[in-house]
Design a protein around this ligand. Sequence first.
Ligand code: SF4
Length: 273
Amino acid sequence: MPIPLTTLSQSSLQDYNDCPRRFELRYLQQLSYPAIETEPALENEKHQKEGEFFHRLVQQYFVGVPAEQVAKLANTANLERWWENFINAKDLRGLRDLGGLKTEVTLSAPLGKYRLVAKYDLIAIDNEKIYIYDWKTYRKRPKNEWLAIRWQTRVYRALLVHAGAHLNGGTPIRPEQIEMRYWFADFPNDPAIFPYQRDQFKRDWDALTRLSEEITSASTYPKTEDVTRCSYCPYRSYCNRGIRAGDALDAELETEAEELFDLNFEQVGEIEF
Ligand code: SF4
């Protein structure tokens, strides 16, 4: 029996946005992946695991483990290259000197009948400015226009305004203080940077509220009309949308999903407005 859905995240919202049927299968029916997502499967799985491990390495660095010690754990060609790129990026390395660093922090706030939840790789507070860092190990650098409209970019900034005051000494965070930065481990000199403004925050929160209401009242979950999305979707076999897996480089941009079912809510910081 699936557990009733009580949380929404950037991943589930993105799935609902891209294909309501995928949202239904993944988050309401909670079906495990029946099809290999992309080809070649093994190589992609390895890349994904290395990406997760790279996040752990960076986290270790920011909680104070000496860089030389972390470097020893970078024991594959990808990890070694990503770590080198990271440690050679002076602005990232220097973040450790800031007092207000929060790694792997989870925030949540009520959104309609759900809780909106997001897990941040790093939040760095530098006087008035508050930076959200997100590490990406994509093999292809996505376009800024594509990132700008992703739910991750909108949710992370909006939720930090809404539920992040306790990270800021109890003072509410203003949208203008926030900047979100995607850092690409394979494109270290080309981060994607997204500042924030009050009208964007209002637009995002209104859109999130509308979307949560739509999800609450939805009774049907149509398949996407854009069949290109199906070629890398793990649920193809449920939808008669082909057996062959799609291109891995496109897939890693489109199907990134974090697992929130096992989130420990004791770790979740929340301020209700
Ligand atoms: S195969 Fe296509 S229609 Fe089916 S869930 Fe995936 S994206 Fe949606």
